[in-house]
Design a binder for this molecule. Structure first.
Ligand code: F6P
Length: 522
């Protein structure tokens, strides 16, 4: 029997509140560095020795996870139960990478087969573009793809493309247009040879203002260059849900589908990410990414938190948010290839768990999702780390690192390579945050330490590793939603602004505020 109860109704939470808070500094020992380590899927490992976790706390976190039936809820979700209570939908992004549970049937259709069919369709399509079987309207080979989409139809796919472009030979260059700021589209379109460019219009709903405006922008720009005849039916493909208005439009070269059971921010492993990544790198690379994600999903089924990295990460995050009262979490990848990964996690985490009501739309009275931000190291070190080290708020830190770089190029300078310098900085930062350095004679130079830090690491950022990294965070966010008794799969909080913008544009609402701010042209 599955129970849904608010965090503050659980015995586990009361128990957690009564426990003495262990010292982060004291628990950062060699022994914990070795033992507080969990395989997270593919070759990814999660180490939480810098988080100040002792045995009593581990037992309390396990008890809370059991009481909130987190793994049972994950199993229910995998089996196709309606877990998106706000929109009354199933939540099926795990099915895009592998079947973890039984069959998920909907109107007698096995949905796993539906996602596999779509994968096969876009993989075949990508092959045909690569071999030149599909050419541009003027007979030229396609060399560039441009994804037009926003939010989940942009952030995840873009972050993944950037993460892989050093390691895998690009078959096609990929670019992205997301913002309704005309400068975004204008600059990208200007940089393309339109006769050799394929646009991928991505909108699950098919109604997103920014994406539809950018679709029109592309068409107008093509018309202006007097390349009237080939867009969209020769140079634009569409990725949308079967129920969207775009699905009824047959003017695209081809359309690929997702369904309403895959939320935008969870859609990177569906056609939303698959089309652009298969075109850019080949479908074998996308398949490797799916394998890594599936492996992380399988690891996330362990009931024992000491064997479940995503669940451990989720529980530690909850402990830091609800017991220690920390408001934010920083994502700090020591890899330039992950430059947009924090931006993707911002949407994933904040759009999922930035909620004040539970899954039944009743007010709750405890803190939920933290503010997420981040930048690759070492750039962040020369920017906001001052506050992280000595600011008045303690911000939990999630480091990500790899032993090897992606490019085969590196040089020795003053006795070490750049990769060694990068990882020396990573190790040094964890040590400085956790251990600090006492300077009682000059408090300006004092580092209090005790700033909790975890590390996700692997030998190298490959497609498999990246898939596991992506799924680790998706599962962490889902588990936190279960612990907080939220629905992590809708996003009503983004609606009001959209409605008001449309009302202003159609003169139904007062646009005085635009005048007052001087936001109108002319
Ligand atoms: O793919 P669509 O339907 O255009 O939506 C784009 C984004 O807009 C949102 O609905 C919220 O603004 C996101 O959840 C989603 O990722």
């Amino acid at each position: 029997m599955i129970r849904y109860q608010n965090l503050d109704q659980t015995k586990g939470f009361s128990q957690l509140k009564e426990l003495a808070i262990p010292s982060v500094v004291e628990h950062f020992t060699k022994e914990n560095l070795e033992s507080q380590s969990i395989r997270a899927g593919a070759d990814l490992t999660f180490n939480y020795a810098g988080k100040g976790i002792n045995q009593a706390l581990l037992s309390a976190l396990q008890a809370l996870a059991d009481e909130q039936q987190v793994i049972d809820k994950y199993e229910l979700l995998l089996s196709g139960e309606m877990m998106n209570t706000g929109e009354k939908r199933k939540v099926l992004h795990h099915l895009t990478r592998a079947q973890q549970a039984g069959e998920v049937l909907f109107h007698n259709e096995n949905l796993r087969h539906f996602y596999q069919q779509q994968q096969k369709r876009f993989s075949d399509f990508a092959n045909k573009v690569h071999t030149g079987e599909i050419l541009g309207s003027t007979g030229k080979k396609i060399t560039t793809v441009v994804q037009v989409g926003i939010g989940g139809s942009d952030l995840g796919p873009r972050a993944l493309y950037l993460a892989l472009q050093n390691l895998y030979l690009s078959k096609l260059e990929a670019k992205f247009i997301s913002n309704v700021d005309p400068d975004d589209a204008a600059i990208i379109i200007d940089s393309c040879d339109l006769e050799r460019t394929l646009f991928i219009l991505v909108s699950k709903s098919g109604t997103t203002q920014e994406t539809l405006a950018n679709r029109n922008f592309v068409l107008e720009a093509a018309a202006k260059q007097q390349i009237l005849n080939f867009i969209p039916n020769k140079h634009m493909v569409c990725v949308t849900s079967q129920t969207s208005p775009l699905a009824k439009d047959d003017s695209y070269l081809v359309s690929f589908f997702i369904d309403d059971f895959i939320g935008g921010r969870y859609s990177s492993t569906s056609a939303v990410g698959g089309v652009v990544l298969s075109l850019a790198f080949g479908s074998d690379v996308f398949d490797e990414l799916l394998e890594g994600a599936a492996d992380a999903d399988a690891h996330a089924r362990h009931r024992d938190i000491a064997q479940n990295a995503a669940l451990m990460d989720a529980l530690i995050g909850l402990y830091e948010r609800n017991i220690k009262g920390y408001p934010s979490t920083a994502i700090l990848p020591y890899s330039q290839a992950l430059s947009r990964f924090p931006a993707h996690l911002q949407q994933l985490d904040m759009e999922s768990n930035g909620k004040s009501v539970n899954r039944d739309a009743q007010l709750i009275s405890y803190s939920t999702g933290p503010t997420i931000f981040g930048e690759p190291g070492t750039n962040g070190q020369h920017s906001f780390y001052q506050l992280l080290h000595q600011g008045t708020d303690i911000i939990p830190l999630q480091f990500i690192g790899f032993s090897r770089s992606q490019c085969a190029v590196d040089y020795d300078f003053e006795g070490s390579t750049s990769q060694t310098k990068l990882n020396a900085n990573l190790a040094a930062q964890i040590s400085a945050f956790v251990l600090g350095k006492s300077e009682p004679s000059n408090l300006n130079k004092n580092f209090a330490g005790g700033r909790p830090a975890s590390l996700l690491y692997a030998p190298q950022l490959s497609a498999r590793t990246l898939g596991a990294l992506l799924a680790h965070y998706e599962n962490k966010v889902m588990f936190q939603g279960f612990l907080w008794n939220l629905n992590s799969f809708d996003q009503e909080g983004v609606q009001l602004g959209k409605v008001l913008a449309n009302e202003i544009l159609s003169n139904k609402a007062d646009a005085t505020i635009m005048h007052l701010f001087g936001l109108l042209e002319g």
